[in-house]
Design a protein around this ligand. Structure first.
Ligand code: NAI
Ligand code: MG
Length: 360
């Protein structure tokens, strides 16, 4: 049966990098008989310009109907200062995430050996790094009620948020992480602050419970402050890391920077059925938009994740990842990952090279 992929180019470099990723998806669709049907819709600033809102009704409907969504990036100086927060580009993304219940955020941090120099850390610490951070995306302190700023009896103002997870929320993100670990090196590190926060005592308990269902996966626990240190000291000790929304926000950005090449990092946000939205970790890069110089590889690698996690086409995903590694072996580099002696290529030339590698 045919599956639907919704493509959301977005703003800034979004349309440029998505165009290359779409070419790749169309090619493998043909080559591997995947029977995918692609459609496109507006989101973010471009949707604000055309329809007055960052998430038009038609886009949300198409997102519901799709089996997977490929997103470029949203945002830009033209819209980011709108005093009405409802008419900001990122509301488009948040709207899709919450309406579709995309609670499971998968952020790989992979450093291709060819790019070891791109990291600010010593090559021997990060070369060949391949870890996966699984972040809970729709709960925790970012969403907990009550929240706000109030005036105390003595007239002093205080801000407050609520850190809450119920056991079902913990269990479902735990399952995503255990499944991912099972498909990788079978090691899962759960990150919490169980020495201070009751909510993460429960978190730890549920992870232990789940571990009984996954005897082939080795579960360990780490406090978040130590995890931050270990991530910088010896990141290769990790395989899969699972954590809540706020800790995951911070740790996944730190992990991304270990690789030094944000233009290379894909991500996935999944619902309970494995449907997901896939996007590069970076933003819309307005500083280089429209110049055919953005790195399309993070978006192309997002297509690979989409095929693996939402479209049951893991072999095709492997082929795309191998093709990306091959173009790096050919010394082709966009500006963000360029170094002395390498051949500088444009967005479209990088797309051409990946296509050629897939056709070889
Ligand atoms: P950014 O990730 O867009 O850019 C940071 C730096 O990295 C810039 O110098 C940019 O040129 C470079 N860069 C990013 N992606 C690149 C690529 N593929 N190839 C080469 N260089 C690349 O983050 P920034 O500047 O903080 O935000 C710019 C806009 O993007 C803002 O409107 C922000 O709200 C939005 N944004 C959107 C996200 C999304 O759609 N998921 C995520 C993060 C930011
Ligand atoms: Mg962040």
């Amino acid at each position: 049966m045919s599956k639907n992929v919704l493509v959301l180019p977005g703003d800034g470099i979004g349309p440029e990098i998505v165009a290359q990723a779409r070419r790749v998806l169309e090619l493998v669709n043909q080559q591997d008989n995947l029977d995918l049907t692609l459609s496109e819709a507006l989101v973010g600033g471009s949707a604000i310009d055309a329809e007055g809102v960052p998430l038009p009704e038609a886009t949300l409907e198409a997102a519901h109907a799709a089996d997977a969504i490929l997103l470029g990036a949203v945002g830009g100086p033209k819209w980011d200062t709108n005093p009405d927060f409802q008419i900001r580009p990122e509301k488009g993304l948040l709207g899709i995430r919450s309406n579709l219940g995309l609670f499971g955020n998968l952020r790989p941090a992979i450093l291709y050996p060819q790019l070891a120099h791109a990291s600010t850390l010593k090559p021997e610490v990060v070369s060949g790094l391949d870890i996966l951070i699984v972040r809970e995306l729709t709960g925790g302190i970012y969403f907990g009620q009550p929240r706000g700023v109030r005036v105390k009896e003595d007239g002093v103002r205080e801000g407050y948020n609520t850190y809450v997870y119920d056991e079902n929320e913990i269990r479902r993100i735990g399952r995503v992480a255990f499944e991912a670990a099972r498909a990788r090196d079978k090691r899962l590190c759960s990150v919490d602050k169980a020495n201070v926060l009751e909510v993460t005592v429960l978190w730890r308990e549920i992870m232990e419970e789940l571990a009984k269902e996954y005897p082939d996966v080795e579960l360990s626990h780490m406090y978040v402050d130590n995890a931050a240190m270990q991530l910088v000291r010896a990141p290769k000790q990790f395989d899969v890391v699972v954590t809540g929304n706020m800790f995951g926000d911070i740790l996944s950005d730190a992990a991304a920077m270990l690789t030094g090449s944000i233009g290379m990092l894909p991500s996935a946000s999944l619902d309970v059925n494995g449907k997901g939205m896939y996007e590069p970790c970076h933003g819309s890069a307005p500083d280089i938009a429209g110049q055919n110089m953005a790195n399309p590889l993070a978006t192309i690698l997002s297509v690979a994740m989409m095929l693996r996690y939402s479209l049951a086409a893991g072999d095709t995903a492997d082929r795309i990842e191998a093709a990306v590694s091959q173009v790096l072996d050919q010394n082709l580099r966009t500006g963000d990952i360029w170094s002395e002696g390498m051949q500088k290529v444009s967005t479209t030339e990088m797309g051409d090279a990946v296509i050629a590698a897939l056709q070889a």
